[in-house]
Design a protein around this ligand. Structure first.
Ligand SMILES: [Zn+2]
Length: 304
């Protein structure tokens, strides 16, 4: 059931709403996205779960921006061995990310589960930046609740946006082959105008809903997962997105980033042996080679 990277599947997000407009759901199967992140960053099992949950959450939140060119950035620093984790999704839910210490790992919880909270830490902040590509980006920040990520994002919606939300995120990592993963997420939001009985019905459904990875591992589609969450409601599918681990880096972007370095540091990037500098994209690992002449050219632009 747990898929390998070579399977080359394309991940999907669907958004649904109850026919009375009371509750919205978004469900994602992010298995390929998380497997790709595992391979790029060579993450430890717990780091795969931590970064995977953040990527999955960012992807769902990105798809809700409903605007091409918009991005959402989630940044977590809980003071744990993982360091800072960052995920950026575009308005179509395509996502990329990195973490400071992807090879760090921590012991399993007593129940045998990956201890994401211990790796991330809970003493710190979750930052959410929505950039619509025009005007000032919208920034929100809340204290972490547990470092388990789904709980922290739920807390963000409650505190910063006052939207009653249930956010479930799950990543399963194979015990014998840590490149094999299964990942997904489910977001439920109660919309303005919902009646007390809608809350009641939804709460009952949420209480009996199995973990998202159990449902995916059992072969349920994201449509079936939404139907289960919406038991007792009539459901409409609003839209569907195909998503993946996508990095929009380019030579131009790398050069633009280098413009921010101090002159000396910029010119000192080139190795004495080869006379060239190799700059690696922190999101996808792609390498860009710059000659001494390239670096001089950039430094000239910087002076202007
Ligand atoms: Zn890149």
């Amino acid at each position: 059931m747990i898929r390998k990277l070579e399977d080359k599947i394309v991940d999907r997000i669907i958004r649904c709403i109850t026919a009375d407009g009371a509750v919205m759901a978004a469900a994602i199967d992010s298995t390929y996205m998380v497997a790709t992140a595992q391979q790029i960053h060579n993450t430890s099992p717990t780091a795969t779960a931590a970064l995977g949950r953040l990527l999955t959450g960012a992807s769902v939140m990105g798809s809700m921006l409903k605007k091409t060119g918009a991005t959402i950035t989630l940044k977590i620093n809980g003071g744990g061995p993982a360091g800072t984790l960052v995920a950026i999704a575009d308005g179509n839910g395509n996502c990329r990310g990195y973490m400071d210490h992807p090879q760090e790992d921590v012991p399993l919880k007593p129940n045998g589960k990956l201890d994401v909270g211990a790796l991330v830490g809970a003493d710190g902040l979750l930052g959410v930046i929505r950039d619509y590509g025009e005007g000032e980006p919208h920034m929100g920040q809340v204290r972490l609740r547990s470092g388990e990520i789904a709980e922290d994002l739920t807390g963000y919606y409650a505190e910063s946006e006052q939207i009653p939300t249930v956010f479930a995120l799950g990543v399963l990592v194979d015990k014998t082959d840590s490149t094999k993963v299964l990942a997904g997420g489910l977001l439920l939001q109660v919309l303005p105008g919902a009646l007390p009985e809608d809350y009641e019905k939804l709460e009952k459904n949420v209480e009996t809903l199995p973990p998202i990875t159990s449902m995916l591992a059992g072969g349920m589609t994201i449509e079936e997962i939404c139907q289960k969450a919406f038991a007792g409601f009539d459901m409409e599918i609003l839209d569907e997105y195909q998503v993946g681990y996508v990095c929009p880096c380019s030579r131009e972007r790398v050069e633009a980033a280098l413009l921010t370095l101090p002159q000396e540091e910029l010119l000192g990037l080139a190795s004495e042996e080869t006379g060239t500098a190799e700059v690696c994209c922190q999101y996808c690992g792609k390498k860009y080679t710059l000659s001494q002449a390239d670096l001089l050219e950039i430094s000239k632009k910087r002076k202007k």
